[in-house]
Design a binder for this molecule. Structure first.
Ligand code: HAM
Length: 430
């Protein structure tokens, strides 16, 4: 094979400096929000035992695993999500960690999906999770953090909306509609596609699952029903009442915290992953033309199932792919910060040593400094300074050097002034 034929894998990204700068912009905003909510950062291995995922994540994600048998004969998989690793890590130290535990991470994840806009075979995901708290205030806190992670990047309630529901509410409604428990998973799976495929396609799926048209209509109307509608409609059903109260409480805490315009109850929301047990939520771009930018919820049984530690937990994952598409669409990508501040120019070879000494002094003060790596004519060096986007060129010539000064050219205005080397080294302005 000639080198020309070796290409990157489909669905995997190269981060050229411009793309890397955007990625850094997103990660630093996420880290600021993580810190502001009092969360500690952690990480785990990108490769895990295959059975960490086959146990609890659900069929969809298991079907997308990158997995193989390693040289020691162990079935392993690249992590498709962080939650099982998080649960494994927490379970291994559960008794030593003060509760509630608040941790965040920005792992790279791998899923063998069909690449399309907003969906790739690798992505980065902000994960924030809380362990050890059942109070709905924890649910509101995690949703608020997710919204703030997007607000920090310039998005507001006109761009995004968090749809919130509760798995137990939907289960209670299915029970009240006499849908046998064995069929809940199929109905959940169908409703999970509602946002993407539209009501007519889902009606067909529900009827294929054996639901009559009246029941199908009732379930499809969940998308526009308010919590009060459902309370009235199922006033006799205790499970609906309890879950409806919980969702209302979460939403009222979010309203109290100033997030009212960002949230909406949506009883049709399911979430694809199998382990959720209570609150579920997703954040979408308002027009719905992209997939969800964030998804999460409560998974009170997962730590028990994976590590034998019975602790309630909840959290979310926010993907960088959809988010960056959104930032580009809305023109919220910052222009690149100036990479070079000072470009040092030598007129003759005799200035090289003093230029190196000056570069060191400037860099020690934190200035971004570069210079020509070959000995070229001053005109070429000035051109290079311009191309590098330098803010100023510091020109060292034999006459100036003899007087202990340099000419400083402002690359924007073209103005030239003389400065003593001493003041340049120290950063004095005169
Ligand atoms: P998820 O819904 O599978 O949840 O993923 C969360 C977000 O990651 C999605 O909303 C999407 O933005 C992004 N994402 C997922 N797959 C891809 C892909 N193939 N390409 C690009 N972006 C993608 C989870 O992973 C849960 N573990 C989140 C969680 C944490 N729940 C509780 N704690």
């Amino acid at each position: 094979m000639t080198p020309k034929e070796i290409q990157g894998l489909k669905g995997f990204r190269d981060f050229f400096p411009e793309e890397f700068a955007l990625r850094q912009h997103v990660f630093t905003a996420w880290r600021r929000v993580g810190a502001r909510y009092g969360f500690a950062e952690y990480d785990g291995p990108p490769l895990e035992s295959l059975d960490l995922y086959t146990k609890k994540s659900g069929d969809e994600i298991v079907g997308q695993l990158y997995h193989f048998v390693d040289k020691g004969g162990r079935p392993v998989a690249l992590r498709p999500e962080m939650t099982p690793t998080f649960a494994r890590m927490i379970a291994s130290r559960a008794s030593a960690l003060p509760k509630p535990i608040r941790w965040f991470s920005i792992p790279q994840l791998f899923r063998y999906e069909r690449p399309q806009r907003g969906r790739l075979r690798e992505h980065f995901q902000l994960n924030m999770d809380i362990v050890g708290e059942t109070d709905p205030l924890a649910d509101a806190e995690i949703i608020a953090a997710a919204i703030d992670a997007l607000r920090e990047l310039g998005l507001d309630h006109t761009h995004i909306v968090a749809r919130i529901s509760d798995r137990q509410l939907l289960s209670a409604i299915l029970n009240a509609n006499e849908i046998p428990a064995a069929e809940h998973a199929i109905v959940f799976g169908a409703l999970d596609k509602l946002e993407k495929e539209g009501p007519e396609a889902i009606r067909v799926l529900l009827q294929k699952a054996g639901l009559d048209s009246e029941t199908s209509t009732r379930l499809l109307s969940l998308e526009s029903a308010s919590v009060e509608d459902l309370r009235a409609q199922y006033s006799e059903v205790e499970g609906v009442r309890v879950a409806a109260d919980r969702v209302s409480t979460v939403i009222s805490y979010l309203e109290a915290g100033g997030f009212g315009e960002y949230v909406r109850f949506d009883g049709s929301l399911v979430r694809g992953l199998a382990y959720y047990t209570g609150t579920v939520f997703e954040i979408w771009e308002r027009s719905g033309k992209l997939r969800a930018v964030c998804g999460g919820g409560r998974y009170d049984d997962l730590l028990g199932a994976l590590g034998g530690v019975h602790l309630p937990a909840l959290g979310f994952g926010m993907g960088d792919v959809v988010l960056c598409e959104l930032l580009k669409d809305l023109d919220l990508v910052p222009t690149e910060a100036r990479r070079v501040e000072d470009y040092l120019i030598c007129v003759t070879e005799a200035e090289r040593a003093p230029a190196l000494e000056l570069a060191r002094a400037l860099r020690e003060r934190g200035r971004r400094v570069t210079y020509d790596l070959r000995f070229r004519a001053v005109g070429k060096q000035l051109k290079a300074a311009n191309q590098a986007g330098a803010a100023r060129a510091i020109i060292l010539g034999p006459d100036e050097l003899a007087r202990g000064v340099a000419s400083v050219r402002d690359m924007t205005s073209g103005e030239v002034s003389e400065r003593t080397l001493e003041s340049l080294r120290k950063g004095d302005h005169h």
